[in-house]
Ligand binder design. Structure first.
Ligand SMILES: Cc1cc2nc3c(=O)[nH]c(=O)nc-3n(C[C@H](O)[C@H](O)[C@H](O)COP(=O)(O)OP(=O)(O)OC[C@H]3O[C@@H](n4cnc5c(N)ncnc54)[C@H](O)[C@@H]3O)c2cc1C
Length: 595
């Protein structure tokens, strides 16, 4: 058995930032990090547009044009950032967590700068900032349109500097919780095919999102909600899974992201009639309304027959007026993506786009310190989560762009601090015994793998996955109806039955990617039910959850978080818990959300 004081699962921004913080605050602790992909291939590295913080280096002038703010008069403040986040979340986010996010954003950025993140600069040397949807002021700090890459690689440098042990290409299979205390995980070494029990005092998940449940998605192949499903199977309810963000500007038919930074730099959205149609839906913010609003507007245009292209299936992102120099300097990656995947040069042609599944607002419930909670506030000893897999909930029903790299770093660090404090408690202290790993945990993980490999049915995992992704996109997408959601629940049940009858071509153990993809498919099938059941039950429209039959937000009945529990038969049972506020109650009261 492998033992460590702390095991972090996930080498995205959240996991790496946490590991570095634990090392700083508890230097003696023995920390290890498990990741199914090579650390710098985590999805965080694909982030493009920026990371939010109210540095106030740039402000809008009287004509709404971003200009440099005087150094002694910052053009922004954390409270405005918090308000934007609360409003963007459609008032269902937990305001204690949102306050921490906004307050800690500024020092977090400077800390990243000091670690060496190569942020883009203003001519006077300050960190450059650009506008983003739903933010009152231009507050996205960026490194061209490769912000995530810059952040992830810088943090990886820190990880190496601090000598954190990494198990790359290890696949976490299950999290082991007994008597409400987490004992560690079981994991498959992908290269050898061996299964190990990894026993620890503290286990942290930074396992990322679940966009791969949808056909059109901006997410990496690895964003399959493994951590979320493992927690769910271990008896942790999943929170607010129905809130899935669809980013307005995915490359048509691919879903690959074209950063909101493109609109932040001044890009337009045009329909088939060449109209800047956002004037119909959000005249105040136009293209820079929040993502849920823009994605619904696009669908409304398509449904009204005002789409572009031969079949009116998409709208256009027009960047031509920005000019080649600005595109090369500020948006080189997305320019390249449009050229490579659609053969379209954004310098001379508008780019076909469609909404793409992008971000998981829901996930493993945590308090504002990264501790995993069950029910309303029962803390699970020794289990922590941060980043996209966690639901703190800072993004409520809709995340603002650039707030999630921020969440991953702010809450990664904060959770690292919580874990360091946890280790400093005498009973858990360095050198104290690690709570025992139940002996059956390893055997169970091993048996489950063996059973999966020995199946001899006629179903093929890839077919089931394709069907799930296509129907989820169609039935649980931007606009939802009870008929479609009910149909999807039936489809998921049917696909789960078919999954029981699959057979793998590759029955070997070494580097069996088919096995990994099959395990991931089992996760998609399991948590998708939570998304759909939560969406069917929530009879209102709030943030990213838009019901045709209940077009309005309903604070009287639905100002509460959904919790999906896994029943013994594998099905989801829903319950609810109240929204959390700071000790003095809500800083911001719900109001109508207009842009
Ligand atoms: C294309 C794209 C662009 C984006 N742009 C922005 C942006 O500009 N600004 C912004 O704020 N946000 C952006 N986001 C969102 C943001 O990047 C993510 O929410 C954030 O990076 C998530 O970080 P994370 O650390 O939680 O997880 P990830 O970076 O997704 O990392 C997850 C980690 O978990 C590991 N893992 C998962 N399952 C297992 C398992 N079973 N066993 C072992 N390891 C496992 C993986 O190996 C990986 O290391 C973007 C997202 C995408 C997809």
């Amino acid at each position: 058995m492998i033992t460590h004081d702390v095991i972090v699962v996930g080498s995205g921004l959240a996991g790496m930032r946490a590991a570095v913080e634990i090392r700083r605050k508890a230097p003696q602790a023995d920390i290890a990090l498990i990741t199914k992909v090579y650390p710098t291939r985590s999805h965080s590295g694909a982030a493009q547009g920026g990371i939010a913080a109210a540095l106030g280096n740039i402000r809008y002038d009287a004509n709404g044009v971003p200009v440099a703010a005087p150094e002694d008069q910052p053009g922004d403040d954390w409270l405005t950032h918090m308000y934007d986040t609360v409003k963007g979340a459609d008032f269902i986010g937990d305001q204690d967590a949102q306050e921490i996010l906004a307050r800690e954003a500024v020092p977090t950025i400077y800390e990243l700068e000091h670690m060496g993140v190569p942020f883009s600069r203003m001519p006077d040397g300050r960190i450059a900032q650009r506008p983003f949807g739903g933010h009152t002021n231009p507050r996205a700090c960026y490194a061209a349109d490769r912000t995530g890459h810059a952040l992830l690689h810088t943090l990886y440098g820190e990880l190496v500097r601090y000598n954190v042990k990494v198990y790359p290409e290890w696949y976490m299979l299950s999290v082991v919780i007994e008597d409400n205390s987490c004992r560690g995980v079981t994991a498959l070494d992908i290269r050898t095919g061996e299964v190990h029990a990894v026993n620890a005092k503290a286990t942290m998940f930074g396992t990322g999102g679940y966009g791969r449940a949808f056909k059109i998605t901006s997410n990496a192949f690895s964003s399959t909600g493994d951590g979320i499903t493992a927690a769910y199977r271990a008896g942790i309810p999943l929170e607010d899974m129905e809130f899935v963000q669809f980013h307005p500007t995915g490359l048509f038919s691919h879903g690959i992201l074209l950063s909101e930074g493109a609109r932040g730099e001044g890009g337009y959205l045009l329909n088939g009639l060449n109209e800047r149609f956002m004037s119909r839906y959000a005249p105040g913010r136009m293209e820079l309304a929040p993502r849920d609003v823009v994605s619904r507007s696009i669908y409304s245009e398509l449904e009204a027959g005002r789409g572009a292209g031969p079949n009116g299936e998409y709208v256009l992102l027009d960047l031509r007026h920005l000019g080649k120099q600005k595109l090369d300097e500020r948006l080189p990656q997305i320019t390249e993506l449009a050229r490579d995947y659609l053969g379209i040069d954004p310098v001379t042609e508008p780019v076909p786009i469609q909404p793409t599944a992008h971000y998981s607002m829901g996930g493993i419930p945590t308090d504002a310190d990264g501790r995993v909670v069950r029910g309303e506030n029962e803390i699970v000893q020794g289990f922590f989560a941060a980043g996209e897999c966690a639901c703190a909930s800072v993004h409520g029903a809709n995340r603002l762009g650039t707030n999630s790299l921020l969440e991953a770093t702010v809450y990664g660090r904060r959770t690292g601090q919580t874990i360091a404090n946890f280790l400093h408690l005498e009973s858990q202290g360095v050198g104290a015994a690690i709570p025992a790993m139940p002996s059956q945990a390893l055997k169970q993980a091993e048996d489950e793998l063996r059973e999966l490999l020995s199946r001899t049915g006629r179903e093929i995992a890839a077919d089931i996955r394709k069907e799930l992704q296509a129907t989820m996109f169609q039935n649980a997408g931007v606009f939802r109806t009870p008929e479609k959601l009910e149909a999807e629940l039936g489809i998921i049940e049917d696909l789960r039955e078919r999954f029981a009858l699959i057979s793998l071509d590759d029955k070997g153990r070494r580097y069996n990617t088919e096995l990994i993809e099959t395990l991931e498919l089992a996760h998609l099938l399991e948590f998708s039910e939570c998304i759909v059941a939560g969406a069917l039950a929530r009879q209102e429209s709030r943030g990213a959850h838009a019901r045709r039959d209940f077009p309005k937000r309903d604070d009287t009945h639905w100002m509460k978080h959904t919790l999906a529990y896994r029943e013994a038969d594998g099905r989801a049972r829903l319950d609810y818990k109240p929204v959390r506020y700071g000790p003095d109650g809500p800083r911001f009261q719900p109001e109508e959300r207009k842009y």
